[in-house]
Design a protein around this ligand. Sequence first.
Ligand SMILES: Nc1ncnc2c1ncn2[C@@H]1O[C@H](COP(=O)(O)OP(=O)(O)OP(=O)(O)O)[C@@H](O)[C@H]1O
Ligand SMILES: [Mg+2]
Length: 261
Amino acid sequence: MKEIKICDLSFSYPASPEKWILKDISLTIEAGEFVCLLGQSGCGKSTFLRLLAGLEHAERGSLDIDGVEIRGASLDRSVVFQDYGLFPWMSAGENILLALRQKYPKRKKAELREIAGDMLEKVGLDRAVFNKLPKELSGGMKQRCAIARSLSVDPPVLLMDEPFGALDAVTRARLQDLILSLWDKEEVKKTVVFVTHDVDEALLLANRILVFGQSPSHIIYDEKVEIGQRASRETQFEDPELLSRRHKLIRSINRDVETRI
Ligand SMILES: Nc1ncnc2c1ncn2[C@@H]1O[C@H](COP(=O)(O)OP(=O)(O)OP(=O)(O)O)[C@@H](O)[C@H]1O
Ligand SMILES: [Mg+2]
């Protein structure tokens, strides 16, 4: 369980230092929280995730995990990218082994292959997928491999950037259920930051919903959701309480959109 603390964070890309992408963001993400982050396209969600992943560095403000400043990538924080991020020349299994070798450099290859196979099964894939190249897999299968790779190193912090954005509705629903059940089952919960454009996905998954307004990005909506109040597929579009939360969330996003048109 890891707490993420962000203090007065401002960020601009070196190529355009005068343009703030994120401005004065202060936020504490509690250990074990499942945060869904929404906001208009271009408002800086991926940038924020890249900062958390340690792939970008902020000149102003601080980003700490359990009191330790984020400096570069770490096996403590795994990222699932929208475009899967699998190396196309390696088989699905080798992609997972690559991560496992970094995490467990002293373990035998056979042992790591066993873990990779178990992970493939855990995300609902056949072990035979191990030897397939990414191009031989469907979008949903590739995304499952990417999730298996991220989970295989058992990261206390999981960062997901629109991981299901390109998938059909059925595969998407299956993977949402999968990620939620894996998170629910764990005694020591992972801290998850999950970027999405889909309000209903956020209501299904999150126990905290954040919306970034633009530009520069800042927090315009912050709602904590008790586990029991999370939407379920059955009640999603029926429960009046859920519908009212849904409208409130959509209104806050729309208001931000309107101010920018
Ligand atoms: N490497 C980069 N160099 C300079 N500017 C960048 C870079 N990457 C992103 N930006 C700019 O930063 C802003 C935020 O981009 P970002 O990708 O974080 O948005 P986003 O909220 O993830 O959008 P989307 O929902 O479309 O994925 C945009 O104006 C974008 O043009
Ligand atoms: Mg993005």
